[in-house]
Design a protein. Structure first.
Length: 244
């Protein structure tokens, strides 16, 4: 059964349009599916910041195509997709996501997969695009439950960003975080509640989460190296969801 905290229990929104930060991974695909059940018009945005797992930029296009083909009731709501070049973030980030560096914990207590300012910059640019296109809600898959301690994934950070962006652009934005208080097993359950086995299978087969960009090794939960932090979280969540 879905967790009582799952956002499927949130009443329908008074808003009608949304922009989903869509990387092509499990989390953002689940967020996109939920947005398509809640809003009349949904657009997507992604960022090329020279990430090592840039295969996700290709995977996301496949996911969008599959959503349109397999869920015709959502296809009419799914609008334009946007990809922004954010190479400057890779230039200023010495992390294992932007450099050929082994994963490890830093003296700060954060893993070296943390890209400083990434989500703050993503949301700022997403808000600027949403402002221009008249979109009301920014949807992001950040989470405090199953995460690596990234400070820019915290609920307090999201609330502060919502206030800052709304004040700075003189437009009342809503930042929606459907996964904030659920773990990866519940994320799989949320996908199942939104689109059934068809959506779960789509996420397994076509989304990409692995930090190393591995699309060769196929597991029950999808493709990936099976050893990086992203793969471990995804695999553990799938096991909890499926009872494996």
């Amino acid at each position: 059964m879905p967790s009582r905290n799952q956002s499927t229990l949130i009443p329908p929104s008074m808003h009608t349009t949304a922009l989903v930060l869509f990387s092509g991974g499990q989390d953002s695909t689940t967020c996109l599916a939920q947005a398509l059940t809640r809003y009349q018009h949904v657009e997507t945005i992604a960022f090329d910041y020279r990430q090592r797992h840039s295969v996700e930029l290709d995977a996301r296009l496949v996911v969008l195509q599959q959503l349109r083909e397999q869920f015709p009731e959502w296809a009419g709501k799914l609008g334009e997709d946007h990809l922004l070049d954010l190479g400057v973030l890779g230039q200023v980030s010495e992390t294992s996501l932007t450099r050929d560096t082994a994963f490890k914990m830093e003296s700060s207590g954060l893993p070296n997969t943390f890209v400083p300012g990434r989500n703050l910059l993503f949301l700022t640019l997403a808000a600027a695009l949403a402002y221009r296109r008249g979109l009301e809600v920014l949807v992001t898959g950040v989470c405090e439950t199953d995460f690596s301690g990234y400070p820019d994934c915290r609920d307090d950070t999201m609330k502060a960003m919502q206030l800052a962006l709304s004040l700075g652009m003189d437009k009342r934005f809503l930042i929606e975080t459907p996964l904030m208080w659920i773990d990866k097993a519940d994320t799989w359950r949320l996908a199942d509640s939104l689109g059934g086995k068809k959506l779960v299978d789509l996420i397994v087969e076509h989304t990409h989460t692995c930090y190393l960009g591995d699309r060769e090794h196929r597991h029950a939960w999808g493709y990936g190296c099976g050893a990086c932090p992203a793969c471990e979280l995804r695999a553990r969540g799938f096991s909890g969801f499926s009872g494996a």
